[in-house]
Design a protein around this ligand. Structure first.
Ligand code: SAM
Length: 289
C-alpha cells in the first residue's frame, strides 16, 4: 500500500503516470491510517526524514526549504503590508515557520484538516513542526473549504499549502474555493496555492490557474525546483484583489543580511523575479486561459 519494496519507497500516482521517484529508506519511523489519509514518516538514506501522505511525498528534510520559502515569500513579498495571514493545510508546519519570519506579519491563522499530521510533524519532523508552536500562530483543526466559507474580509494573504487534488484536498482546487478565498481577503489581499507541475498533467495546472484568473483581478504562475517533488518542480498560482499588483516585481526586498538572519536558503528577490519566467510550452498553455 505504501509503495515500499526492497528498502526503497516509490511514489506512484495517476497524477504523473509512468514516472516515479524513489527514496532509499533506512527506517520506517511511523505509519498509521488517520481518518483522512495514510501517514508515513521515513528516515531516508540520503534525504533526511520524509513525510508521505497517501503514498505521495509531501516533504523531505533535504529540500523542503525550497517549497516552504517560495510558497510563503512569493505572496508575502508581493503584498505591501501582509499583517494577517491564513494558511490552509500545511500540517507539517514548514509554511508557518517561514511566514512567521516576515517582519510585517503580526498574526497567522492555520486550518489543517488532520490533527494526526500535526502531531506526527511535531514528534518526528521537528525542523518543520516547530513552526506549529510559533507564538504568532493560532491553529484550527478542520476543513479549509468550510473554514473559508465562514470568514469575510479577514486576511491580507491566504496560502493554500495543500496536498495534491486527490483525497481531502480536492475541494481546495475548485473554482468555488477560489471564490471563497476572494471573500475572506481584506481589500488588496493576495492568495497563493500549490498548483502541481507543468511537466505532468498541465491541464490540471491550467485549470487551477484558470480558477484563479477568473476570480482575481491579477493572476500569475510561478515555479520552483524541488528535487523530491514529481518531475523535480512545483508550481504556484497567485491571485490579487488589486489591479496594481505586479507579482513579478517584489515590493519587499530583503537585504543579504536579512536573508541570512531569516535563514533563507532558496528565496531572494532575484529568485522571486525568475520564478515567473516560464518555458514556452507552459507559457502558451497558461496564456490560452
Ligand atoms: N508541501 C506539500 C505538498 O505540496 O506536497 C503539502 C504539505 S501539507 C502536509 C498538506 C496538508 O494539507 C496535509 O497535512 C493535509 O492533511 C492538508 N489538507 C488536505 N486537505 C485539506 C483540507 N480540505 N483542509 C485543510 N487541510 C487539508
Amino acid at each position: 500500500m505504501n509503495g515500499m519494496k526492497e528498502g526503497w519507497f516509490s511514489e506512484l500516482s495517476s497524477l504523473w503516470p509512468g514516472i516515479s521517484l524513489s527514496l532509499e529508506v533506512n527506517e520506517v519511523l511511523h505509519s498509521e491510517k488517520s481518518d483522512f489519509q495514510d501517514i508515513l514518516v521515513l528516515q531516508t538514506k540520503s534525504h533526511g526524514r520524509a513525510l508521505i501522505l497517501d503514498g505521495i511525498i509531501q516533504c523531505t528534510e533535504s529540500d523542503e526549504f525550497a517549497y516552504q520559502e517560495m510558497i510563503s515569500f512569493l505572496p508575502l513579498c508581493s503584498h505591501p503590508l501582509p499583517k494577517k495571514v491564513l494558511i490552509v493545510g500545511g500540517g507539517d508546519g514548514g509554511v508557518a515557520r517561514e511566514v512567521a519570519k516576515h517582519p510585517g506579519v503580526e498574526s497567522i491563522v492555520q486550518v489543517e484538516i488532520d490533527s494526526h499530521v500535526l502531531e506526527v510533524s511535531k514528534k518526528f519532523l521537528p525542523f518543520m513542526g516547530t513552526g506549529l508552536t510559533n507564538p504568532k500562530l493560532t491553529l484550527h483543526v478542520g476543513d479549509g473549504f468550510r473554514f473559508m466559507a465562514q470568514h469575510r474580509q479577514e486576511f491580507d494573504v491566504i496560502i493554500t499549502d495543500s496536498s495534491d487534488p486527490v483525497g481531502p484536498a480536492v475541494s481546495l482546487f475548485q473554482q468555488s474555493y477560489f471564490e471563497l478565498m476572494r471573500g475572506a481577503l481584506k481589500p488588496g489581499g493576495i492568495v497563493c496555492s500549490q498548483a502541481g507541475t507543468v511537466w505532468a498533467n498541465i491541464d490540471i495546472v491550467a485549470q487551477t490557474f484558470q480558477h484563479c484568473h477568473l476570480t482575481f483581478r491579477k493572476a500569475s504562475f510561478a515555479c520552483a525546483a524541488v528535487p523530491t517533488y514529481p518531475t523535480g518542480q512545483i508550481g504556484f498560482v497567485l491571485g490579487s484583489l488589486s489591479p496594481e499588483t505586479n507579482f513579478k516585481e517584489p515590493l519587499r526586498i530583503f537585504s543579504e543580511t536579512e536573508l541570512d538572519s531569516f535563514n533563507l536558503h532558496y528565496y531572494s528577490a532575484e529568485v522571486h523575479r525568475a520564478a515567473f519566467v516560464l518555458p514556452r510550452f507552459a507559457k502558451k498553455a497558461l496564456d490560452e486561459i
